[in-house]
Design a protein. Structure first.
Length: 299
């Protein structure tokens, strides 16, 4: 029996081969796959090493300047002066100057006044001054007022002065409207002061002076008188005067007249007769009517 058991436990070569065959085949297959993987990987590595580099090589030679690094252990001894730098141009701190006069600054200027009345910012102004009769006592003070008014006007304005007495109408400057300048003011005032005494006459017709002023086509006429109605044989025909001025300075279709006429009455007494005609002229010709006391023109 023992022999039978030993013979039964002894394996035959075929049985061993049958049992080991599948394991051997699997092992060989795995070893083959591993070898194949190594071969493929090695081939890819060799192929990539033979490919050209994707980096574009330049034929430009770049020189990188070198300089010694600052010693971090002693920063106080290292300064910018120890580094050789090229000389840089020095920037000028001087403020450039502009040749020529400084530009004018535009400013709003209030209209000048004459004997307390505004000149309404008119560009061309003609002063009409009554120099007849009792007005001669105040005429030099009135000339001073004309000078003050002209000094308040701008260089873009023009002026003329008309003085009337008797049959005379005197114009200063002689060429009519003149631009306001220090020289033109000085010349006109000097001429008025030196020649005003040559005027004489008591009764005078203001219409002749206003007509002369209207021929210059100003923007504004400033008439100053004690009263232009006159007395006795020197009485002015009110309706005729208004009609004449209406013809000389017509109102187009009821609109504004080309020239405004403002009138100023010089009062010398508390019971002085109102200057009705002057008031009517101012109202009809788009101007203003005001009074001024003689004390304001103390000669």
């Amino acid at each position: 029996m023992h022999r039978m058991i030993s013979q039964r436990n002894r394996l035959r070569p075929r049985e061993i081969a049958a049992r080991l065959g599948p394991w051997s085949a699997s092992l060989l297959l795995h070893l083959g796959l591993i070898a194949l993987g190594f071969a493929l990987t090695w081939s890819i590595i060799q192929y990539e090493e033979q490919l050209p580099s994707p980096v574009i090589a330049s034929n430009v030679v770049v020189l990188t300047p070198t300089m010694p690094l600052l010693d971090a252990t002693s920063p106080s001894e290292q300064t910018a002066a120890s580094i050789d730098l090229p000389d840089l141009p020095q920037l000028s701190t001087d403020v450039p100057s502009i040749a020529g006069p400084a530009p004018a600054v535009s400013r709003l200027q209030a209209p000048a006044t004459f004997a307390g009345s505004s000149m309404q910012a008119a560009r061309d102004v003609v002063f009409v001054v009554d120099a007849s009769g009792s007005m001669m006592a105040w005429v030099f003070a009135i000339i001073d007022e004309v000078e003050r008014s002209l000094s308040g006007m701008s260089g873009q304005q023009r002026f003329a002065v008309l003085c009337f007495a008797g049959d005379t109408v005197w114009r200063v400057p002689r060429n009519g409207l003149t631009r306001v300048t220090p020289d033109s003011i000085r010349g006109a005032v000097s001429e008025l002061r030196s020649g005003i005494n040559a005027l004489s006459g008591f009764g005078s017709d203001p219409v002749a002076a206003l007509q002369s002023a209207l021929t210059m086509r100003p923007d504004l006429i400033m008439l100053l008188s004690e009263g232009i109605e006159g007395r006795g044989r020197f009485t002015v025909d009110r309706e005729a005067a208004l009609k004449t001025l209406d013809r000389l300075n017509p109102s187009p279709a009821g609109g504004a007249r080309p020239v405004a006429i403002s009138c100023i009455q010089l009062t010398v007494a508390a019971d002085q007769v109102p200057a009705v005609l002057m008031s009517e002229i101012a109202e009809a010709h788009g101007g203003t009517f005001n009074t001024i006391a003689s004390e304001d023109f103390d000669p």
